[in-house]
Design a protein around this ligand. Structure first.
Ligand SMILES: CCCCCCCCCCCCC/C=C/[C@@H](O)[C@H](COP(=O)(O)O)NC(=O)CCCCCCCCCCCCCCC
Length: 214
């Protein structure tokens, strides 16, 4: 059996993101992608309504896996080296879609924007109380982040999907981290690391003028 094919636990996702940062604050692409692979697995346990989201995320994960396994893999060790390599070799469509619609830079940017949603959502979840609605927390996080990069139809579809999210108790169960107090403490430890990965990536993309890649 596939050793990765065991029951989902959010712990593993959070561990992957914790492993992303090197001592010199480089972001390891391999762990970043592993984190997303885990999130997709989680999303798939939530049901078919989320398939359109999961499909898009899987597509992007596959593109990045292709680079991690490809001939240029030495350049794809970290997000920093990927950016350097793709820019130095004109492998990025900077102002409009062209010869490189699947560059690592633009693909990772989509996940990076979604990571901001995740950060906001998990923080809301962490401080939430018994009666708070996951749908509302999710929608709020989305409206504060990712939604601004999405056209109307996608925002509409996302809004509909959020409505059928499991309630807080069921949601905590699928996370499979243990009792509520443990979920809260695991999130409390992991969130600063996710924020740090997000902050470093954001600064790197800003420095190179890559925050609006088509
Ligand atoms: C828990 C509920 C999960 C809700 C997910 C919230 C995010 C909603 C995103 C809606 C994306 C719709 C799909 C289409 C996206 C693309 O148009 C768009 C642009 O790409 P393009 O430039 O190549 O065209 N793509 C994106 O913005 C990337 C979206 C990636 C979303 C991945 C979301 C994974 C969510 C994982 C949920 C795990 C929650 C764990 C909490 C315990």
């Amino acid at each position: 059996a596939d050793p990765q094919d065991h029951k989902f636990s959010l712990q593993e996702v959070l561990d992957s993101f914790s492993r992303c940062l090197s001592e010199s604050k480089q972001v390891y692409l391999e762990h970043y992608v592993a984190g997303w692979r885990g999130l997709v697995k989680f999303l798939n346990t939530l049901g078919n309504v989320f398939a359109f989201i999961s499909k898009d995320a899987v597509g992007k994960v596959k593109i990045l896996e292709g680079y991690l396994d490809g001939d240029s893999r030495v350049h794809y060790l970290t997000v920093q080296s990927m950016v350097q390599h793709e820019l130095d070799n004109q492998l990025v469509d900077v102002s409009r879609r062209g010869a490189h619609p699947d560059s690592g830079c633009r693909t990772l940017l989509r996940l990076h924007r979604a990571l901001r949603w995740l950060q906001l959502f998990l923080e809301r979840l962490r401080v939430s109380g018994q009666d708070d609605s996951t749908s509302v927390m999710c929608a709020d996080a989305y409206n504060q982040s990712l939604s601004q990069h999405h056209p109307w139809v996608v925002r509409k579809a996302a809004g509909l999907a959020f409505c059928v999210l499991p309630g807080r108790t069921a949601f905590f169960e699928v996370m499979n981290v243990g009792p509520e107090e443990r979920v809260v403490s695991v999130l409390g430890e992991a969130l600063p690391l996710i924020s740090e990965v997000h902050r470093i990536t954001e600064a790197l993309y800003a420095q190179h003028g890559l925050l609006d890649l088509p």
